[in-house]
Design a protein. Structure first.
Lengths: 362, 362
């Protein structure tokens, strides 16, 4: 087994560690006991994750002397909104959480984003510990402090940068993940390989079958590599002022595909997979990304069972305009992340017309 | 006229200036032009303030090259909630505000708190400029970055620390303030004198009539002294880890009085006035605060037309329990700010029983 030392995210007074392990959930109480300020915890989870892991987490926390108030949030992106947030806040207030208390987010990205924002805003900010139970959350959303909820105008338009106090990722939880969600998470894993880590990309090509078969050792290694890559980016650019934007590789079009299909046809990772193939082709056309490498990206995503083409029924003009409402726009152009070679990124600013043109040519 | 140089609040990358002046609203565009990042502004105000000052502010901003999207929030504390916040967010998104855009809060404390939190959470944080038009907002809530909204469980339980980019206080706006609101604001003015500034306290005693007559020069001097006092406290303790709690002098009981009367009988400052007299008496009983000075505090508040006694019909037990739900509690005790002498504070931790006992003795 590879190194098990927690990964350090160094951000001055907001520094924290990411512990990627196997069967670590049952030790959460002893891990957090020396770290947290107070003894009250608000455990936020959803009705899918609760029966699987909440008992183990609560038991360990209570065994370490914490008192735990559990708050359930309905599963699903459509509940990541200000109405549910308010309900969570009311429950936290009823449970008499204090400024020294901590929220623990046990679940996937929706739980992590919402709990993170609840922690950022309850009593003007309390600590949060992320305990991601999906691959997507373990390699991406639990790390880096981006929290938020959706409004009608768009996803994650309301939120905060609020770094977690600790991240505990137990790859054992991936065993209960629906296969489609595991595959969707692999899209983000491939992303790290493409934009930041050529060795990880090669490892994924070599061990694709072992990963899909949920080999724990390889899963832990992969999650660790991704978490370390994300940690490096976050340390260099905590608030998405520059570098961090490379993590949007595949996301600019991906978000538009999700929005235009009303978040019904594709999981986030599936839409990102389509977006990454588009960004790879755009990179070949404009930044000399070898076509053979763009093919490797598409082939790997396909082996992971992910969609790689834009659905024919999506109107290219609508899609271009949907891209344009993305919050990463600068004046009237949209910033795309491209790659020159695997592991090396470039930015590209495109107008709505150029996006539509490129989409029609794809 | 006294010094007009803006007061500096030094908080590293969150530093800003407070400009206290006379008839400065009409120069807001030229003042902000060199400071703000982008050219889009969301101007948040309410239907009471809008007809009085929004035109002047918009005109000046547009004259300086800004484009301004105005969003109205209904006046009144009962609208400082997450439902209104969401509506504001939707309007900001519809107006296509970007990460480089700025919100301008034109109004009293409700507008300032809500706009501050809207700015803290829109796109995970954009800049806010506070333009307070009430005395309370000019001397207190516009400075220091405490933002938030109310939930059923309590006031300001949801929010963020989000320092403004600039504070522009024009004392000319106090001329249109209902007299009762002016007097309520004077409670916070007296507070600064009692906890931090003996000279200010003496000045208030000497010039009480000129202040009530809205003498501009004395008003500007008083607002400036208060803003400078608050700035000093915020610089030492940005996130209310210690010292800043002295600003809660009179507020612990004040909040309970407001809550128990369902925010209908008293303005915030009026409840704080009652709370300050209580805290002064408690200070005499436990911290040697001269009874003669406690009498001066009560007398000055009375000259300003403020209530100084707890309404007889409020049950002391209910009041003690209402104090106990305050968010400044530590375990099962509540922290009260006391004074040893004018300008020198002490903390006192009281249990619910001790609070009730003291209330019955008052």
């Amino acid at each position: 087994m590879s190194d098990r030392t927690p990964i350090k995210v160094e951000l001055r007074d907001r520094s924290y560690e990411i512990d990627v392990g196997v069967e670590s959930l049952g030790r959460i109480g002893e891990i957090l006991a020396p770290i947290l300020k107070g003894k009250k915890i608000g455990l936020i989870t959803d009705p899918v994750v609760e029966p699987l892991y909440a008992g183990r987490v609560r038991g360990s926390l209570e065994g370490a002397g914490f008192s735990v108030a559990q708050v359930l949030v309905p599963a699903g992106e459509e509940h990541k909104n200000l109405t549910e947030l308010e309900r969570v806040h009311e429950e936290l207030a009823a449970a008499r959480l204090e400024r020294s208390s901590t929220l623990v987010a046990l679940g996937g990205g929706v739980i992590g984003d919402m709990t993170g924002f609840a922690a950022a805003s309850f009593l003007r900010g309390i600590d949060v510990v992320q305990v991601p139970t999906t691959l997507l959350a373990q390699v991406d959303s639990s790390i880096g402090g981006k929290t938020g909820v959706n409004i009608r105008a768009g996803k994650n338009l309301v939120g905060a940068f609020h770094q977690p106090r600790y991240v505990l990722a137990d790859v054992e939880t991936l065993a209960t993940l629906p296969p489609r969600e595991l595959r969707a998470g692999l899209a983000e894993v491939v992303k790290y390989g493409v934009i930041l880590a050529p060795e990880l990309f090669s490892l994924l090509e070599e061990r694709a079958e072992a990963i899909l078969a949920l080999d724990r050792e390889i899963l832990a290694e992969v999650v660790r590599e991704c978490a370390a890559a994300k940690a490096r980016v976050v340390m260099e650019d905590e608030k998405e002022g520059g570098l961090r934007a490379i993590l949007n590789f595949g996301h600019t079009l991906g978000h538009a595909v999700e929005a235009l299909t009303e978040y019904r046809s594709f999981l986030h990772g599936e839409a990102v997979s389509i977006g990454m193939v588009f960004a790879s082709r755009l990179s070949s056309a404009r930044h000399g990304f070898p076509v053979a490498d763009a093919d490797r990206v598409a082939a790997l995503l396909k082996r992971f069972g992910l969609p790689i083409t834009i659905p024919g029924e999506l109107d290219r003009g609508d899609l271009a305009r949907a891209v344009e409402t993305d919050k990463k726009r600068q004046a009237d152009r949209v910033k795309f992340v491209c790659v020159e070679q695997i592991g090396k990124t470039q930015f590209e600013l495109l107008s709505t017309e150029e996006i539509e043109e490129t989409l029609r040519a794809t």
